[in-house]
Design a protein around this ligand. Sequence first.
Ligand SMILES: CC(C)(COP(=O)(O)OP(=O)(O)OC[C@H]1O[C@@H](n2cnc3c(N)ncnc32)[C@H](O)[C@@H]1OP(=O)(O)O)[C@@H](O)C(=O)NCCC(=O)NCCS
Length: 221
Amino acid sequence: MKGYERKSRRIKIDEGVLMQEKIIIKTRRLSCFPVNQGYLKFLLKLWNEPDIMRYAGFARNWSYAQIKEWYKKHKKRLAKYGNTEIQFIHKLRNGRLIGESGIGRLKKGWSCRNYKTQKDKLVLMTDVKLAKPFWNKGYGTEAMKTIVQYVFTRTNANILLVPPHRDNVPAIRVYEKACFKKTKGIWYRYHMIYEMTKEDFIERSLKEKGILITSILPSSK
Ligand SMILES: CC(C)(COP(=O)(O)OP(=O)(O)OC[C@H]1O[C@@H](n2cnc3c(N)ncnc32)[C@H](O)[C@@H]1OP(=O)(O)O)[C@@H](O)C(=O)NCCC(=O)NCCS
């Protein structure tokens, strides 16, 4: 029974991605967890705010009924396809809600201008949005690093992408600080593609622990 309970918290989808629905990730100042109905008003406020959405699509101008509808469909998609997407909320350790990150899976072999993924690679896309009072305090970078850690330790993703607008300097800075690399890809219009591969992630994690892997084996002499 215990084993069954553990399994039921992890939803497996066709490619073997594991995204845990009931997970809380804690960092020094933040905690990050999947959205539930209780956080819809907060999400609505973020997604309706023109300054926040300036480079992230557009202010949605949704009503509460519309976000409830979005949530219903989100849950339906999770039930039907498994966890191909996940909507995280970022919260300060003192309980204040500060932002969100959505993660979605792209189709195998997905491509856009100047960027193509290999058919056997599992590619996820994400971003981060924070409420204005929390900008420029390092929270965006901390939140993004949390998402990166989650993706490469709890899912089978090979590549994680972010699509910042070319004029969105703070977002580009956050992605660079989280160690994403700029590619030549253009997602749409002025949105670029920054990428991180699982190999990049592992190499960086090892480097942080003082371990360096080189391709040349030391001589046995
Ligand atoms: C993008 C966003 C998440 C950044 O979060 P944040 O908490 O402010 O980020 P951080 O504090 O970790 O880092 C911001 C960096 O940008 C820099 N920055 C901010 N405004 C800048 C500007 N106008 N010009 C140059 N650098 C700027 C900061 O100095 C900092 O870099 P540093 O640490 O090297 O000094 C936040 O601005 C946001 O929510 N924007 C609206 C939503 C959005 O556009 N999301 C991205 C979608 S792809």
